[in-house]
Design a protein. Structure first.
Length: 235
């Protein structure tokens, strides 16, 4: 996907990109590819794929949520997807990027300095440690293909405000949704929207979930990551 195709497809999402936004995305793409030559951040090696599989893919979240304003946490952000893209395109969002990989946080720090954007904060932490402290704080939490759904729910739901939304980006997750039913109930959350997205050009599919938190989370959650991974929540 070249830049012109990217602009055309994002318009179909209802997003009109300004020249300053496009300039920042170009800086981001160039720096990502340059940095990736000596530090492995992404398997994607071409600018066309960055625009399609990182930038456009990140922006498909507008299909399931209104992201004009609010405070959002991107858990396991990696090289900044989707969080940093959202920060560029929606400057009224307050975006926290969380990752436990120091080399990725180092890249993001340098990238943010180049982009000269002020609505982004970096957090170097494990999700379960951060969530225990920052409870009921965010309007949105998002995570892109980081772990299976039931694990993501327990790690991320606690830091959402009541009526906040957890925006999940994954592949085909029918089985994961079924397995997460009890976890959703225990964490007082429900799936309010499911959207299947087909990426232009390559026609691969993504599943987007919007999960709303209906009540405060019991302080005993999240458990430690080892316990979350080994034992599903049961009533």
């Amino acid at each position: 996907m070249n830049k012109e195709e990217f602009i055309k497809e994002t318009k179909k999402l209802g997003i009109n990109l300004t020249n300053p936004m496009l300039e920042k995305l170009e800086i981001y793409a160039n720096f990502l590819l340059e940095y990736n030559e000596h530090t492995n951040l992404t398997a994607i090696k071409t600018k066309e794929d960055v625009y399609l599989k990182h930038f456009y893919d990140s922006l498909t979240l507008v299909k399931i949520a209104s992201l004009e304003t609010g405070k959002i946490l991107d858990v396991g952000t990696g090289a900044g997807f989707p969080g940093l893209v959202l920060a560029i395109v929606f400057p009224n969002l307050e975006v926290d990027l969380l990752d436990s990989n120091n080399k990725k946080i180092t890249f993001l720090q340098q990238c943010i300095e180049r982009l000269k954007i002020k609505n982004v904060h970096l957090i170097y932490s494990r999700a379960e440690d951060y969530t225990k402290i920052h409870r009921e704080e965010y309007d949105y939490v998002t995570s892109r293909a980081v772990a299976e759904l039931r694990i993501l729910l327990e790690l991320n739901i606690p830091c959402l405000k009541v009526k906040g939304q957890f925006l999940v980006m994954k592949g085909n997750i029918k089985e994961e949704i079924a397995e997460a039913k009890t976890t959703l109930e225990i964490l007082s959350s429900k799936i309010i929207k499911v959207e299947i997205v087909t990426l232009p050009k390559e026609n691969s599919t993504r599943t987007l979930l919007n999960i709303e938190k209906e009540a405060k989370t019991d302080p005993k959650y999240p458990r430690t990551y080892d316990k979350i991974k080994k034992r599903m929540l049961k009533k």
